[in-house]
Ligand binder design. Structure first.
Ligand code: BTN
Length: 260
């Protein structure tokens, strides 16, 4: 996909500039450098293939040519929006989930932001912020969506079972239409970031509600319980075995369904 064609496809969206690459290391790295160099809010980096794609917690993310959507959106949040900085990844997850639901796919969100189809991971999100002298310089929201079967990593290389959109849709999909739908939904919900409706929409698409799950934080601590939902602050509500409710905030947390 050429940059000019992509600009045309996205012309009705608040995307002021686009950089499209056949092959790149990581769209997030390109976007972080571009943000540093003064990219405008809504600028977009897209790649057909990534050779050094990055996932959360230092993991790698493979993007094979023509098989996936890999893109990074540069945001320059105004001060008021910076209060909800932690909600940019869930916003991206919600946007992908709603775009897939619009294709009649039963997409769900594995809290906080992975998107699942048939309980298998179809999309991962890596949001990174750039700070300069204590000031927020920009946020990069990187989104990777598995589209064709060639995008699905072998099962021994993933932490959570994976699938792709086409496997669930049973027909080929225009990747650029999906990109448009995701960005449209992202910008629409960005206006309501952190609102009651935002939390509601996030919770409505949440997977594993009422089911036993285990959450592990980056310190290795685990909490098991029945997943209740999301509170107004965006924390996950977990009912522990002793009946107490535990709140877990968005961060370096893994959620796993028990026995799943
Ligand atoms: C994860 O689930 O671990 C997050 C994966 C994020 C992958 C995307 S693909 C586009 C962007 N560029 C990167 O290098 N990573 C993100």
């Amino acid at each position: 996909m050429q940059t000019d064609q992509l600009r045309q496809i996205l012309a009705d969206l608040p995307v002021p500039a686009v950089r499209a690459f056949d092959t790149i290391g990581s769209t997030n790295d390109e976007a972080l450098a571009w943000a540093e160099a003064g990219a405008e809010d809504g600028s977009l980096v897209v790649a057909d293939q990534q050779t050094m794609g990055r996932g959360r917690l230092g993991r790698s993310w493979v993007t094979n040519p023509g098989a996936a959507l890999a893109f990074s959106l540069i945001l320059r949040p105004p001060v008021a929006e910076q209060e909800n900085l932690g909600l940019f990844s869930p916003l991206a997850g919600l946007a992908v989930c709603l775009a897939l639901q619009a294709l009649n796919l039963p997409a769900e969100i594995k809290w906080p932001n992975d998107v699942l189809l048939a309980r298998r991971k179809t999309c991962g999100i890596l949001a990174e912020s750039a700070w300069q002298a204590g000031q927020l310089h920009g946020v990069v929201v990187g989104i990777g969506i598995n589209v064709t079967p060639a995008s699905v990593p072998p099962s021994d290389q993933v932490q959570f079972p994976a699938t792709c959109v086409e496997a669930q849709l049973d027909k080929p999909l225009d990747r650029w239409e999906l990109l448009h739908a995701v960005l449209e939904s992202f910008f629409e919900w960005r206006n309501r970031l952190g609102s009651v409706e935002f939390i509601q929409a996030w919770e409505e698409s949440l997977a594993f509600i009422g089911e036993p799950v285990t959450l592990k934080n980056s310190g290795g601590q685990s909490f098991s319980g029945i997943l209740q939902g999301i509170n107004a602050q965006g924390n996950l509500r977990l009912r522990l075995a002793d009946g107490m409710e535990k709140l877990v905030s968005v961060g370096d947390v893994h959620l796993r369904p028990d026995g799943g």
